[in-house]
Design a protein around this ligand. Structure first.
Ligand code: ZN
Ligand code: ZN
Length: 289
């Protein structure tokens, strides 16, 4: 099972970090988690195609996790996709996606009529509601959603990703949650969102101390991540969903290492990790950990 960081950013526009999106690949299966800004382009950069995705899981109803859905759908169709997109998402996200599809319905009709591609099946979408404990199986991969705490956004899910005995736990967006610790217990890899509180300072016209406190309250600070990883005794920890996207990675890793002694990986767009082999690839660098 390979875990690829496609977009490690957040709503903040960043040249380095695209919007939230991660790809899980098995020997015969491809599972996409979230479809943030730039996901289609990052898939291509990773040597993958939206056309080959077996299922998309959207973890919760926040725009940064779903905003590029329509672009993904059309670009996948242009790559030759000839089967419906299967989307697993909370009811709130399904309702939003249906509204987006309705808003573009006339656009699709025109494309289908004018472009005369071999199949229009690739523009169809099958929705399935995401529920805690209801596993999604594609090929040799299994994704089990579990509830996390991202209130006031409810529901919000993390995912236990399994292939054979290997288990990756993906936090989704959450504040500290016992459900995350339980799901992550003994996992090969915990992939966690991060809110680098030390780097968030009040900025006139942008954010007040109150804003920072509100945003911090439904995310995970480095200290909270370290405590989660230590308590769950995971083999390794990787970070994603960087707020802010330009956070000092060296300082961040050092801060977490004070409380969690296992490997700590600051995720980057297009980095991939194979937790069973304990290898990491990023650009021309390949290392074992
Ligand atoms: Zn988010
Ligand atoms: Zn969120």
């Amino acid at each position: 099972m390979k875990f690829t960081f496609l977009g490690t950013g957040c709503p903040v526009a960043s040249a380095m970090r695209a919007g939230p999106a991660h790809l899980v690949t098995g020997s015969r299966a491809r599972l996409l988690i979230d479809c943030g800004a730039g996901v289609s382009q990052r898939l291509v950069a990773a040597g993958e195609r939206g056309a080959d995705i077996d299922a998309l899981i959207v973890t919760h109803y926040h725009s940064d996790h779903v905003v590029d859905f329509y672009q993904l759908l059309v670009s996948s169709w242009h790559q030759g996709r000839a089967r419906p997109f299967v989307v697993h998402a909370p009811a709130s996200v399904i309702s939003h996606m249906r509204r987006i599809l309705a808003a573009y319905a006339d656009e699709r009709e025109l494309r289908i009529a004018h472009e005369r591609r071999p199949s229009s099946l690739g523009l169809e979408v099958e929705f399935r509601e995401l529920a805690a404990g209801r596993s999604i199986k594609v090929g040799d991969l299994e994704a089990e959603p579990f509830a996390v705490d991202h209130r006031p956004v409810t529901p919000a899910f993390g995912l236990i990703l399994r292939q054979g005995k290997t288990r990756i736990v993906f936090s989704g967006d959450t504040r500290p949650a016992s459900s995350l610790v339980e799901a992550a217990r003994g996992a090969s890899l915990l992939v966690c969102e991060v809110f680098v509180d030390r780097e968030m300072v009040p900025t006139p016209g942008v954010r007040s101390a109150e804003t920072i406190s509100a945003v911090r309250s439904y995310h995970l600070t480095p200290r909270q991540i370290a405590n989660t990883a230590r308590e769950a005794e995971v083999d390794a920890l990787a970070l994603t969903h960087f707020v802010p996207p330009n956070a000092d990675r060296a300082a961040l890793v050092a801060e977490i290492r004070k409380r969690f002694r296992g490997p700590v990986i600051a995720g980057e767009d297009l980095m991939s990790i194979d937790p069973a082999a304990r290898t990491l690839s990023f650009s021309d660098t390949h290392l074992g950990y």
